[in-house]
Design a protein. Structure first.
Length: 254
């Protein structure tokens, strides 16, 4: 008798977004070949009813990205493609779209309850928000996923969104300017900031991402672990704009 293959990923949350109540799903992918991050547990937070490209173009991605300025400018009248001015480094036509299509085909398993979710992250490094902002998902999901993990990385633009599950102990504040970073530091948070040049770093407060090209790719995220929010006693992290939206990101990194 032919048995069903083990799922390549697990649905760890499906329900309303904490941003706007729209249907979203969080999916954990245990294996990864990402050269920068290493073999971390990757998590995708996507709309459950709209593919990521359409969601971005129409603005429906607010449910999973919230106030992130790198979403671009929503244009419902645009017939295809991405939102104009999108500066996010994530290529929506690759990982996010593939995850969405696999989800719609019903190919992912469901991890229900604390023990099942904890087992996915046990003894691993977890990346919260490979795509999407983890603060759109109830915090107890991440509590479970990270409870037996070796560590995690997480970034969020939702520090001022009361309905979100943003927690400065867990998340790096995604800062889009020096001023925003300084404000977060004063509040006791650590930041992850996109800059246009290494010379833009604030001496004594930021270091260059050790896994970045500019830092010589000295390590990978799964071995580094510095982007674990205020739970990690370290300086804040800066990275030079990269990826498909680098041109737009550099324009904002002032």
């Amino acid at each position: 008798m032919k048995t069903n293959p083990k799922p390549s990923g697990w649905i760890i949350y499906q329900g309303p977004s904490l941003m706007d109540g729209a249907p979203i799903v969080a999916i954990a992918i245990p294996k990864s070949g990402n050269r920068k991050t290493g073999n971390m547990v990757q998590t995708y937070i996507i709309r459950a009813d709209v593919d990521p490209i359409t969601a971005n173009r129409t603005g429906a991605d607010y449910s999973v990205c919230g106030h992130c300025p790198h979403r671009g400018r929503a244009d419902s009248n645009k017939p295809a493609g991405l939102a104009p001015g999108r500066s996010c480094y994530v290529n929506l036509g690759q990982g996010p779209l593939g995850v969405y299509r696999t989800f719609k085909r019903g190919r992912y398993g469901r991890a229900i309850g604390h023990a099942a979710i904890a087992a996915i992250g046990a003894g691993r490094m977890v990346r919260i928000g490979t795509y999407g902002d983890g603060a759109a998902v109830p915090d107890y999901i991440w509590d479970s996923l990270c409870s037996e993990a070796d560590g995690h990385t997480a970034y969020s633009h939702q520090r001022h969104v009361a309905s979100s599950s943003f927690n400065p102990t867990r998340y790096m504040v995604s800062a889009d300017s020096k001023g925003a970073a300084v404000a977060a530091w004063r509040a006791g948070a650590r930041t992850f900031r996109v800059i246009s040049d290494p010379a833009d770093m604030v001496p004594g407060r930021e270091i260059l991402c050790p896994a970045s090209e500019e830092a010589g790719r000295r390590t990978t995220c799964d071995r580094c672990g510095l982007c674990g929010g205020a739970s990690v006693a370290a300086k804040s992290i800066a990275i030079v704009a990269h990826g498909a939206g680098a041109v737009h990101a550099r324009a904002r990194a002032v």
